[in-house]
Design a protein around this ligand. Structure first.
Ligand SMILES: *[C@@H]1O[C@H](CO)[C@@H](O)[C@H](O)[C@H]1NC(C)=O
Ligand SMILES: *[C@@H]1O[C@H](CO)[C@@H](O)[C@H](O)[C@H]1NC(C)=O
Ligand SMILES: *[C@@H]1O[C@H](CO)[C@@H](O)[C@H](O)[C@H]1NC(C)=O
Ligand SMILES: *[C@@H]1O[C@H](CO)[C@@H](O)[C@H](O)[C@H]1NC(C)=O
Ligand SMILES: *[C@@H]1O[C@H](CO)[C@@H](O)[C@H](O)[C@H]1NC(C)=O
Length: 571
């Protein structure tokens, strides 16, 4: 893999693909100017991450595990110039933390992918053989679906793949009314009890988002279903559809083909229009081959997101080594393209998250894979204590720019909570209005991360408790408004409501801080917010970590630990 000064961007699922050929139609952040860099990236890189996966250049595709080795396939342009060269690059790991690069495995070589090998997914067959289904761009600039298989199944690193001579195995056609410019990102396939494989592909018809369904007996010959697995009017293009079962009574993950009364199904779609990912929980009817979301489970701001900050083009896979389902997502930059070009890279992967159905059955829960804890070094704890309204405590002794922080709070005087106005239904808007510098009664309290001395720069991750109609409502915010003195970066605030009852439960918060990433897990992973920040003062050794309470009421810190994080070996 040539390390040139060229440069990279990277994404998970398809995404990036869509940015390729579709660049003209898409409002994607793809910018052809960013494909070429004449300058060498600077030696000093305050925003480069130390333990979040960053390929030397590119985007990402289908993760999987084979013979005890984790594989991450991602896409990049080896020339660093035009879109047409997009290939599937490849890294492997035994722990999902440290990664070894390999040569690219899929690159344009057939008519069905000559203009680009876009995103796709891996599927493990019952025999244990993995296959890749991916979107290729043909000479007519149409999006078609292709198949590839490993050349040597004895090679755990799967360094060579062979494309099917039957490619493309799925093509759009006018007879079936599929828009050839909006037909991409095949999901992992699942096998029904009838011995038939199914796969969904993202698409749209006018404003209706579609998960188009195909069936196959042999994974090579695919037949279009008469109806999509699911569709929603008004959504626009669905990218990277991900469809998988979750156990109803266990945190353990299940294979993508698992069916029956012990599972519910999840459909995640990446909305090209908003660049947000929504998921619904529902029931999959194999006989009718349709997915029906639970009542109230919708693909919109009234529904659920994996992440309420930056997170797109994600994909899950079933980790058969540890019986868990793992989610990977892509964290886009919030800096301007010109700055991305200067630093020579753009886009990182979130920490892989284990994901399962919450006990309530109403939402998913996500938690950083436990392996990441192997990077924890020096630990600092704070004793239980009351944190008075208006005070902050500095946590010293950890590398605050590269840390893992876990804290829990308990609020006692709940009756003093501010009343929630019934019109405050959008948590992001509420977090913008009520930033960390707007004092309330119960909150804001939480963490000040990547803070400069004197707090000219600070990213605040915090809670506020409100009195709702018949229960308390917890708001979780990530406030980037003061994260950098540099005004050219996107400093939008993010917010989510957190389904935790502060009367009976503590409010826990975990933040993974990695130079330009603040990835925060509220309530044990019930709401997650990932943010990108670019401090100019609070970098490396200058960054501070504090616990703060800017409400008028006291809160109790029931536990708090912070660790300096070591650097992972990444490519
Ligand atoms: C297949 O992979 C195994 C394990 O890496 C290797 O020993 C063997 O030589 C490979 N076979 C071929 C034909 O390359
Ligand atoms: C097909 O999708 C492309 C890309 O989004 C869009 O520009 C075009 O209008 C669509 N065509 C039809 C017939 O809907
Ligand atoms: C990438 O980040 C920019 C700046 O914050 C934002 O406008 C854009 O929507 C993001 N794109 C995606 C795919 O998340
Ligand atoms: C707390 O609120 C005060 C008053 O609005 C504000 O000046 C200060 O910056 C806030 N503290 C933090 C850490 O945001
Ligand atoms: C701050 O913003 C300017 C203007 O976009 C940019 O040129 C500069 O590199 C940024 N500084 C830092 C330290 O990121």
């Amino acid at each position: 893999m040539a390390i040139s000064s060229a440069w990279l961007f990277f994404f998970l699922c398809s995404l990036f693909l869509s940015h390729g050929v579709l660049e003209l139609e898409a409002s994607h952040h793809f910018d052809p100017n960013l494909q070429v860099s004449s300058t060498t990236p600077p030696e000093y890189q305050p925003y480069r991450t130390s333990y979040h996966f960053q390929p030397p250049k590119n985007w990402i595709n289908g993760p999987m595990v084979y013979k005890g080795i984790y594989h991450l396939m991602y896409q990049y342009n080896p020339e660093g110039t035009a879109w047409g060269n997009i290939v599937w690059a490849h890294s492997t790991s035994t722990d999902l933390v440290n990664w070894t690069p390999h040569d690219p495995i899929i690159y344009p070589s057939q008519p069905s992918d000559i203009n680009g090998c876009w995103s796709g997914s891996t599927t493990i067959m019952p025999s244990g053989t993995p296959v890749i289904l991916y979107t290729g761009i043909n000479p007519k600039q149409e999006q078609v679906q292709n198949l590839a298989m490993p050349k040597n199944l004895s090679d755990p690193y799967l360094t060579e793949w062979v494309k099917s001579p039957k490619n493309p195995v799925i093509s759009p056609s006018p007879e079936n009314h599929i828009n050839a410019s909006s037909f991409r990102d095949p999901s992992t396939a699942w096998l029904g009890s009838d011995g038939t494989w199914r796969v969904v592909i993202g698409s749209k018809t006018d404003r209706r988002g579609l998960a188009i369904l195909y069936r196959s007996k042999d994974i090579v010959t695919w037949i279009l279903s008469q109806h999509p697995l699911h569709s929603v009017e008004g959504n626009g293009m669905w990218e990277c559809p991900d469809f998988f079962p979750v156990s109803i009574d266990s945190n353990r993950g299940v294979d993508t083909s698992t069916l029956g009364p012990k599972v519910k199904h999840v459909l995640k779609v990446s909305l090209d229009d908003t660049k947000y990912e929504y998921y619904t929980i529902g029931t999959y009817d194999l006989d009718k081959d349709i997915y029906i979301p639970n009542i109230g489970s919708v693909e919109s701001d009234l529904g659920l997101r994996y992440d309420y900050g930056k997170f797109y083009a994600s994909k899950t896979f079933f980790d058969s080594l540890k019986n868990r389902r793992i989610l990977w997502g892509w964290l886009n930059e919030s800096s301007i393209p010109d700055d991305d070009r200067k630093k020579g890279w753009a886009g990182v992967q979130a920490i892989p998250r284990t994901l399962w159905l919450d006990k309530s059955g109403k939402q998913l829960v996500q938690w950083p894979i436990t392996e990441i804890e192997m990077l924890r070094g020096q630990q600092v704890n704070l004793p239980q204590q009351v944190l008075k309204g208006g005070l902050a405590l500095e946590v010293s002794g950890v590398t605050a720019a590269q840390a893992d922080v876990v804290i829990s709070f308990k609020a006692s005087d709940l009756e003093k909570a501010e009343v929630l106005d019934p019109s405050w239904t959008n948590p992001q808007v509420l977090c913008k209005q009520k930033s960390a510098s707007v004092r309330g009664s119960l909150g804001p309290f939480g963490l000040l991360v990547l803070a400069s001395k004197g707090l000219q720069e600070v990213t605040a991750v915090f809670y506020r408790i409100f009195k709702g109609q018949n229960k308390y409502v917890v708001l979780m915010c990530s406030d980037q408004s003061r994260s950098s003195l540099n005004d050219s970066t996107d400093k939008a605030n993010y917010g989510a409501f957190l389904d935790v009852d502060p009367v009976h439960e503590e409010l826990s918060l975990r933040s993974l801080i990695d130079h330009s990433i603040v990835e925060s897990f509220g309530g044990g992973g019930k709401s997650v917010i990932a943010a990108r920040v670019y401090p100019t003062l609070a970098i490396d050794g200058q960054a501070q970590l504090q616990v703060f309470n800017n409400g008028t009421e006291n809160v109790q810190i029931t536990s708090m630990s912070a660790w300096s994080m070591k650097k992972a070996l990444i490519n």
